[in-house]
Design a protein around this ligand. Sequence first.
Ligand SMILES: [Zn+2]
Length: 462
Amino acid sequence: MRIKNLILPSVALGTAALMTLPAQEAEGYTLLGFALSQTQRDFRIYNNFTDSQANNNQVPDDNFPGYQGAVMAIWKGSIEWQSALHNDGNGDPHQNGGLGSGGANFDPSFQGEHTSTGGINDNVHSGLSGGSGGVLAFTESPSSNGWRIRYYESWTWHDGPGTNISGICLQGVACHEAGHAYGLGHTTTGGATMYPSISGSGVSARSIATDDSNGIKAAYGAANGNKPTIDGVSVSGSTITVTGTNFDSSGNQIWLTQAGIGGSGVPIKITNLTSNGTSVSGTLPATAGPGDVLVRRNGGSHDDLSEAHPTDLEGGGGGGSCPAPTNVCVTSPNSVGGGMVMSYVGEPSYSGQDFTLEAYGGPSNQLGIFYYGPDLIQAPFGNGVRCIGAGFLGTYRLPVVQLDLFGDASYTLDWDSPPIGGSGNGQWIDGDTWYVQFWYRDPADGGATFNFSDALEIEICP
Ligand SMILES: [Zn+2]
């Protein structure tokens, strides 16, 4: 049986320091000695996982709207700790009682994808190239100011959701590391998620045990009958209505997940809302997207925040005017991993004119271009697949960019000059749909020495 540690010495030291705290029961959980305030409940994922199995699962799930692959797996591992079931708790075939088993006055807020690993207090999960012996993953500087979680890419990460996994279960390890981020040390109870090592793939760590639940309750208090809860969420036009229990007569907030990729991590909030106690409504901001909804009643205590409940807002916000770009076509393996993946920051809005194309997972320091066209094709070319067709309008190349040390490329659109703006057939105008792909040099891969990312389908909004 191969035992893998889940923790780095830096965090182990933090746990050791607990020896000065009052003794726990002879067996069981330990605490790191802090609690996250309401302002640190956010978590984001930087999806830089290059192993193709880490983003294998592309089946949408109503309980995790808008995201698949590694992002969905880490989302599931994180909300397992929340106070009550995440909607009906469905989404993981391993769960007996359903996802959302913490039972404490503690509830995290999913804030979508980030564009980088972030700082050590930015509450972001991401892959880390290389390895460190038997260490799978680690949580950096867990404290009341936040945390950062890294997963060593020397392991083969698998996003599930099935339980027959070849490699390491990303959701299970995410659940363990999230426990550290939320204030728990390791337990002496075998079979608990916070046990310091796993055998096999780690699927069993997806479901927190009674001992884990006792730990989160010790840190934040057991959820009481006075805590706000959510029964359902509905959207009509630009109005969102949340029904549940224990909302305040005034001063309620609705917390939403940010649309698109990036943002600050702070939940999108609708504030100063009145309620009859069981229903609260507000006007959706354009910055909100699919994800989770939480209700915070008029107070800053742990038990003033409800559990998270999924809601499938149109990407780009409740106004629905600016659809979120979607990944299409396929990527191809390159010299450094499973291939480059397209991403973006901002909205492809003709009036807003603030939009950045990104691609990650490429060879450090090489050159490439973003290019685009009106048609989607799939044709082998170079070491990869060309996804952009010319149609009647042609294809258009944007300026050459150099990938950074991490193999990431980005280009912020110039809406004032050709080909995006100015004159000509390549202009991006409200109502257009364009397909964009990254074309890059990769000498270390041999063959044709060039390759392609997947593609992004972008609908230009007003
Ligand atoms: Zn650990």
